[in-house]
Design a protein around this ligand. Sequence first.
Ligand SMILES: [Zn+2]
Length: 439
Amino acid sequence: MSAHCQSIRDEIETLEQSIELLDIQIQNTVDPIQKSALFRFRKQSLSLLQRKRGALKACEESGPPLPQVPADMSDFGSEVTQGIPGYELVAGKDTLARLFVGRRPPVVVMASELLDDADSDYSSKALGFDLNSLPIHSLPFNPARIDYAELEISGPSGTTVIPGDIGDGVFSNDTKSFSEDDNINFYIRGREISKPGRYRFTARLYRNGTLVGEKSLGQPQFHPTKDLRILVVVEIFPFPAEKWEILFQALEDLSRIFPIRSGLAPLDGDQEAGLRYRIEPIPIDFAWPDRTPVAQRLAEFNQEQSAAGRPDRAEHVLTIRTQQPGEMPLGGSAQSGPNGSIAGVTLNVDPPMDNSFGTLVSHEIAHNFLTVPHVGDEGVALNEPAAFDLVARKSVGNPRALMYRIYNLTPSGTAFLVPDSWRTIRERLLTRSSTGNDE
Ligand SMILES: [Zn+2]
């Protein structure tokens, strides 16, 4: 007999007993009206009994219900994120679905539960304190272990199943941890959630080839967005050859930080890449703050694209000026507000600021969307333990606001738009003529 159906079995037994009692009552009742009422009640009870027997049969055939996580595992909740929990999710962008797990915490057993009175009396006298109040035993709990996890994704882009990243599959933390090493992580590529709409996520956990847990991670909504298209222009001096990689890394950071589809491609390339760029290596000569030559170059570029029948236009132009010997390190500059299209940055080489160059580029381009230029006043830390860098696939221990005041040497992997700016940028992208996933 299967224990999980016991409650139905109990109900059946009670019903059977009450029907027996009814039979006796009916035999002993003379009044015809009362008798007929009792008959009606008996009939209803029999019909209910029949339904309960059917339910018991179904219950026994279905086997015990599957737990969400195995019994030796703690379930600390789940999330679906694109970096910061407050973000409106964007269709087509790389996404992390994670199950916060750990082992079951050790169970403390009081001495009073293990000792009989005689022992307790003796110990109290001998030791000089009351052994009954002493937590003496922590039952050994092994770390929770699974050896496979998968996520079923079901929504407007169809149904797919992807494997999870479970590390070594052993979870020994006793409390909720945000580390990428302590949880069950599902890295969802943008293409698996390419169309806007609601997706249903279901995680399944396996041990020794057996399904030991099935947990819903909800049905989050993924919103439409449009692609970011940038013309990159080198300013006055040739771009140092050894810095090309830094520039491409900065574009990757920009792709992570913005509410756009994942994927980088040259302009006129893959029309589903959320960030498309053209890099013009021939320096153009102009002096800030006169932006006219840069605006002209962007307009000319788009005319050339149109005349040649190419698919892409650029909505933004980013200039890069390499710091020259004897010059102070500098930051950037940009047009602010919803119709901004021009941004400029300095590539500092003395000292080199390679690991924050992506923050600088993203910061200046974000100005092209945001009316309120800077967020935060003192301190740039975002109080967000769940912050996650989906490019490096690492939890970010010390996340920073991208739009804090002036450019602030924030390492590129730790910079995030605050949720308000993320929403504003997505809304403004949607008003542009760029390609996107909302068609
Ligand atoms: Zn700024």
